[in-house]
Design a protein around this ligand. Structure first.
Ligand code: GLP
Length: 241
């Protein structure tokens, strides 16, 4: 694993955006695996800036997101489809048919999981996967558990994750308690993984994920055995290492 230590969130975002830009420039038909949460916002903002300057072209790019809340429509402001549209997709020239997320409203969840695995498979595989880490070590919505899940599945969110993400929901909103997530196999099959981590609150879990045993109780620990992971983290996030 390559570890890039940067000063702060802004530098982390620009460094990760640089890697994604290079990916898109060198391979215009790139398949990007994308993440949500607060951490990648700065990466998306930087990529949009370079797109607006004319340096990037997303017309042949495909994006495949890690996860989606179960039960939310794409129009719901809390859905990841909405987040992605708002934070990234509506600002660039990506084709709508090249944007993929699980369908939170699918009538048959099992069929939806298989459909999503087919999407990943048929895309030819993810070239570069952008990844954040949850406070409990989750990646995508692969929560701590007794096994690493292979394929896309529906997971119950842990109380820790619900708590961490309730800042995005107001009192009147109903916060979903389950989600679709890409399995560990699809994440690990990405040719390259770029992990971004910022802030003191992630320092302990980052240390455990990198230096502890590979354990499904810390899903991010599986990244130790991927052969092309670049961790871009700020000094606060790296303070326990
Ligand atoms: C959510 C997402 C993850 C993300 C995590 C961390 O739960 N499903 O993909 O990595 O949050 O979020 P944040 O970056 O806001 O800490």
């Amino acid at each position: 694993m390559k570890i890039v230590r940067v000063e702060d969130y802004d530098k982390m975002s620009r460094t990760a955006a640089n890697i994604i830009s290079a990916q898109v420039i060198l391979k215009p038909t790139s398949v990007l695996g994308l993440a949500t949460g607060s951490t990648p916002i700065g990466v998306y903002q930087q990529l949009i800036k370079w797109y607006e300057k004319g340096d990037l072209d997303f017309s042949q790019v495909t994006t495949i997101n890690l996860d989606e809340y179960k039960g939310l429509s794409p129009e719901d402001a809390h859905s990841y489809k909405y987040y992605m549209r708002d934070a990234f997709h509506k600002h660039i020239n990506i084709k709508p048919e090249n944007i993929h997320l699980p369908n939170g409203l699918a009538e048959d969840p099992d069929a939806e999981c298989r459909r999503y695995d087919d999407v990943i498979q048929n895309s030819g595989g993810v070239d570069t996967q952008l990844l954040g880490i949850g406070h409990n070590g989750h990646i995508g919505f692969n929560e701590p558990g007794s096994v690493f899940h292979r394929d896309t599945y529906v997971t119950d969110l842990t109380s820790r994750t619900l708590e961490a993400n309730n800042r995005f929901f107001s009192k009147e909103d109903v916060q979903p308690v389950s989600a679709y997530t890409m399995g560990i196999k699809a994440i690990m099959q990405a040719k390259r993984i770029v992990v971004i981590v910022s802030g003191k609150s992630k320092a302990a879990i980052l240390n455990t994920a990198l230096n502890g045993p590979i354990d499904p109780q810390v899903p991010a620990s599986i990244l130790q055995i991927h052969n092309d992971v670049t961790l871009i983290a700020d000094q606060d996030a790296l303070s326990y290492l």
